[in-house]
Design a protein around this ligand. Structure first.
Ligand SMILES: [Zn+2]
Ligand SMILES: [Zn+2]
Length: 442
C-alpha cells in the first residue's frame, strides 16, 4: 500500500475529514457528544487518578479554551515514572500542584478533532504527537535551544488546567496538561507535533516520551561521534532507544549494562556489541569497562590511552545513564541498587577524562563525587529532561527513522492493552515484565 493510502486510511479510522475550519467538534464515533463549537458537555472515557486510586471513568468536557486542541487518542505509552500514580501506591500528585482528579499520561498520538479559535499550528484531521514535554518555541529556554526544559511545562510552574468534570462535578485535570489515558487529549497547541506518518500508532506513541528521550540524547542533544564508544546503563525503553541511536550514529563499540537477561538480549538485537550484567560485575563494573576500552593502540603517542590499570583515560567516550530508582519492587531480576545511585555514580566514573556523561534516569537520593576529579578531569555532564529533545525540530526526524526501519520501535513496544486494562499495563511496567506497554484505542 502506498504511503498516501495509508495516511488516508488513518484519517478514515479516525472518522474525520481534514478541514481548515478552526473551531468545530466533528462528532467522532468515540468521545461523541454535542457537536458544538466549545465542546462543552462532550463525554469521553479516561483513566483518572483520584485520592481513592485510579480507575476508568466518564468525563464531561468543560468549554474548550481558545488555545487548546482536542485530539482523539490512538495510542499512549505507560511511562515508568507514573507507575505509582497509576497503581495508587503513591499519594495522588505530580507537577502542577494538588488537584482532586487527574487523567494520567505522558501524551501520545492521535487525530486532531477540534481546535480553539486561537490555534493556528494544527487543524482538524491532522495526525499529531502530543509530547510529554511542551516546546513553545518562545520562552527563554526554548529560544536557547532547550525545548526539553520549556517553561510552559507544569514542572516549570505552569498550572494544570481543568478540562472536564466527573459525574459528581469534581473538576478533572490532566497530567502535564496532556493526559493520554483517555479517548480524548485536550491540550495546548505547543504540545502538538505533526506526525503525518503511516507508522503504527503504538510505535509513534513511544516518541512522546521514552523513545525520543533515548534516541534524542545521543543523536541531537549530544550527538555521539562515529567510531567512538558508548555505554548505555539500563535497557528499559529509554536505554534501548539510546542503544539504537548510538548504532544509527555509528558508535563503536556499544556496551549495554542491564540486570534483566531478556532485556540484555533485546539490547544485543538492537545494536549493542557487548552486554553486561551489573549483578555479575558488581563493584568491578567500572574497571571491566575501562579494560574493555583500553586499546589498541596501547602507546599514547600512537593515539593510545594511558595503560595504567583502571586509569580514567580508559573509560567510555559517551555514557548514557538511564537507570531510575525502583518505584515498586520488580518481580524479575533486580538491579544492584533500588535507589539507582550506584549505577549513576558508576556511569560518571566510567566516563573517560574529557568524555561525555548524559543522565536521563531518575535516581533517588544524593550523590557524592570526588571534588578534584569532578572539577578537573574534563568530564562533560549533560542533564536532559526528555533527552534534551527539541520536539518540533527533532521528532519529525525520529518519525522518519521509524518509517524507514532505522529505528526499531516495534521491538521496544512489547505489549499493548485497551484503556480498561490501564492498571494492568502499569503493573507489568512496574514489575518490569514488559519493556514498554502502550494503551491503544484503535
Ligand atoms: Zn514519560
Ligand atoms: Zn518554551
Amino acid at each position: 500500500m502506498k504511503r498516501r493510502d495509508l495516511l488516508k486510511g488513518a484519517a478514515a479510522i479516525g472518522g474525520v475529514v481534514a478541514s481548515a475550519a478552526p473551531v468545530v467538534g466533528l462528532g467522532a464515533q468515540r468521545g461523541a457528544g454535542p457537536a458544538q463549537a466549545n465542546q462543552a458537555g462532550r463525554r469521553f472515557r479516561a483513566f483518572v487518578r483520584t485520592n481513592a486510586g485510579g480507575s476508568v471513568q466518564e468525563v464531561r468536557m468543560l468549554p474548550l479554551r481558545d488555545n487548546m486542541v482536542v485530539i482523539r487518542t490512538e495510542a499512549t505509552q505507560c511511562c515508568y515514572t507514573i507507575v505509582n500514580q497509576a497503581l495508587g501506591t503513591g499519594v495522588a500528585g505530580g507537577a502542577g500542584g494538588a488537584v482532586a482528579s487527574r487523567i494520567l499520561g505522558h501524551g501520545g498520538v492521535g487525530i486532531v478533532d477540534a481546535v480553539g479559535p486561537a490555534v493556528s499550528r494544527v487543524r482538524p484531521g491532522d495526525r499529531v504527537l502530543v509530547t510529554n514535554t511542551p516546546n513553545c518555541g518562545e520562552c527563554y529556554n526554548c529560544l536557547r535551544g532547550r525545548g526539553d526544559i520549556c517553561q510552559m511545562n507544569p514542572s516549570a510552574g505552569e498550572s494544570l488546567v481543568p478540562i472536564g468534570e466527573l459525574a459528581d462535578g469534581t473538576p478533572v485535570h490532566q497530567h502535564n496538561n496532556t493526559g493520554g489515558f483517555a479517548e480524548l487529549m485536550i491540550t495546548f497547541d505547543w504540545y502538538c507535533v505533526p506526525a503525518q506518518a503511516a507508522a503504527p500508532a503504538a510505535e509513534l506513541a513511544m516518541l512522546g516520551c521514552v523513545g525520543a528521550t533515548g534516541l534524542g540524547a545521543v543523536t541531537t542533544f549530544v550527538p555521539v561521534t562515529f567510531g567512538e564508544s558508548v555505554v548505555v546503563m539500563g535497557a528499559g525503553p529509554i536505554g534501548l532507544s539510546a542503544v539504537q541511536g548510538a548504532r544509527i550514529m555509528g558508535a563503536n563499540p556499544i556496551i549495554c549494562v542491564e540486570p534483566i537477561a531478556e532485556r540484555r538480549e533485546l539490547a544485543r538485537k538492537l545494536g549493542a556489541h557487548v552486554v553486561l550484567d551489573p549483578n555479575v560485575e558488581g563493584d568491578g563494573l567500572v574497571a571491566k569497562i575501562r579494560g574493555l576500552l583500553s586499546g589498541p593502540p596501547r602507546r599514547k603517542l600512537m593515539g593510545g590511552r594511558d595503560t595504567t590499570p583502571n586509569s580514567d583515560s580508559q573509560g567510555a567516550d559517551f555514557v548514557v545513564a538511564t537507570v531510575g530508582a525502583d518505584i515498586v519492587p520488580p518481580t524479575v531480576e533486580r538491579g544492584p541498587d533500588p535507589t539507582a545511585i550506584q549505577p549513576t555514580l558508576q556511569a560518571w566514573e566510567m566516563t573517560r577524562a574529557g568524555g561525555h556523561l548524559i543522565t536521563l534516569g531518575l535516581p533517588r537520593g544524593n550523590i557524592t563525587l570526588p571534588a578534584g576529579a569532578w572539577s578537573n578531569r574534563g568530564r562533560h555532564h549533560h542533564a536532559g529532561q526528555y533527552g534534551g529533545v527539541n520536539a518540533k525540530s527533532d521528532l519529525p526526524r525520529f518519525i522518519s527513522l521509524i518509517e524507514t526501519g532505522a529505528f526499531d520501535a516495534g521491538s521496544i513496544v512489547t505489549a499493548t492493552y485497551p484503556l480498561e486494562q490501564t492498571r494492568e499495563a502499569f503493573q507489568a511496567v512496574g514489575d518490569r515484565t514488559t519493556v514498554c506497554a502502550v494503551v491503544t484505542f484503535t
